[in-house]
Design a protein around this ligand. Structure first.
Ligand code: HPA
Ligand code: ZN
Length: 327
């Protein structure tokens, strides 16, 4: 029988979580206070992370919450708090998204953001959590802004602080192809590539096709609509491209966990993993909650979750040698 203890004991990799989406009300309140920002809350209990349905509504809450992050200490603290959670969740390896343009566009220096996050990542190794960073471009921002961001990241990429680039935020009218040349340049610089194709977006399957066949991503984020195109799904399986699902996140934006897509991909042999996405905006559900609740929902037992955890390491960007410890 599947128990929470079993899930807690399973070594896992988490591959789809945004650091800004882990900011819990307590720390948000504390940062607001010390940075003298009025967020209209008298206590942490007043900090409201609720929103309506759909990606647009979620993004409004997400960008609103992160406004309190201003100093290197703020970025350190949000990352450190999350890494402690990851240790408690028995996450051995973490590939963590950050959204620099969400901060530089508010006048925060790129250095402030990355140095705060990186310092916590280094300290997090003592917790047994090995973390790599993935820098996401905001897709509603211009190509020029993405290019400047890639340029700002260059010295940190060269130091080994950023392993990959991703693409997130408002998907409508912002297809993968918009960033074709940026991603080609990032690949040339040695970054791994991934991209969000959120579920149930306009032209979702077309976006997935672009990401897989033209951009040639190393991994696909969400991409649940791929089941509508069996040829494309067969390609994903054949090429052993990882796909990151976030069922509890889907539930919070749409009241549905994409059970059909996730179980279909699993049965077809796709290298699918389960992830939390933005836990502090998805009911405070971290990765162990995601594994347990999804398994309960679809009747999965230990065997399926062991395979999911293996998939998370297989499709991570750690060395083949390091993977051996978990496979
Ligand atoms: N989709 C798009 N953008 C995001 C997400 C997401 O799930 N989380 C944070 N930014
Ligand atoms: Zn995401």
């Amino acid at each position: 029988k599947l128990t929470r203890e079993f899930v807690a004991g399973l070594p896992k990799a988490e591959l789809h979580v945004h650091i800004e989406g882990t900011l819990e009300p307590e720390l948000e309140f504390a940062c607001a206070k010390r940075n003298h920002i009025d967020i209209g809350a008298k206590s942490p209990a007043d900090v409201d992370h609720s929103y309506g349905y759909g990606l647009t509504e979620f993004l409004k809450a997400y960008y609103n919450g992160m406004k309190v992050l201003r100093t290197k200490q703020d970025f350190y603290d949000v990352t450190w708090a999350f890494l402690q959670k990851m240790a408690q969740n028995n996450v051995k390896h973490l590939e963590l998204f950050f959204d620099p343009q969400a901060h530089t566009s508010r006048g925060i220096a790129f250095e402030t953001v990355i140095e705060g996050i990186h310092e916590a990542i280094v300290d997090g190794r003592a917790l047994g959590v090995d973390t790599q960073l993935i820098m996401c471009f905001l897709r509603e921002f211009s190509k020029e802004s993405a290019r400047q961001t890639l340029e700002a990241a260059r010295p940190y990429h060269e130091k080994g602080w950023i392993i990959g680039v991703g693409l997130d935020s408002a998907e409508h009218h912002n297809p993968p192809l918009k960033f074709m040349l940026i991603f080609a340049e990032a690949k040339k610089q040695g970054y791994y590539l991934t991209m969000h194709c959120d579920p149930k977006q306009v032209d979702s399957v077309e976006h997935i096709k672009q990401a897989l066949e033209i951009i040639e991503v190393d991994r696909l984020d969400h991409g649940m609509n791929i089941i509508e195109n069996p040829d494309l799904m067969a390609y994903l399986v054949e090429e052993k491209i990882g796909i990151t699902a976030c069922p509890i996140a889907y539930y919070y934006t749409r009241q549905d966990m994409e059970e059909k897509a996730i179980t279909t991909l699993f049965k077809e042999g796709a290298l699918i993993s389960l992830n939390s996405d933005d836990p502090s905006y998805k009911g405070g559900n971290y990765i162990n909650d995601v594994y347990y609740q999804f398994a309960q929902k679809v009747g999965w037992g230990r065997e399926e979750l062991i395979q999911i955890a293996k998939n998370s390491f297989t499709t991570s960007w750690i060395s083949d040698n390091a993977k051996k410890a978990y496979l």
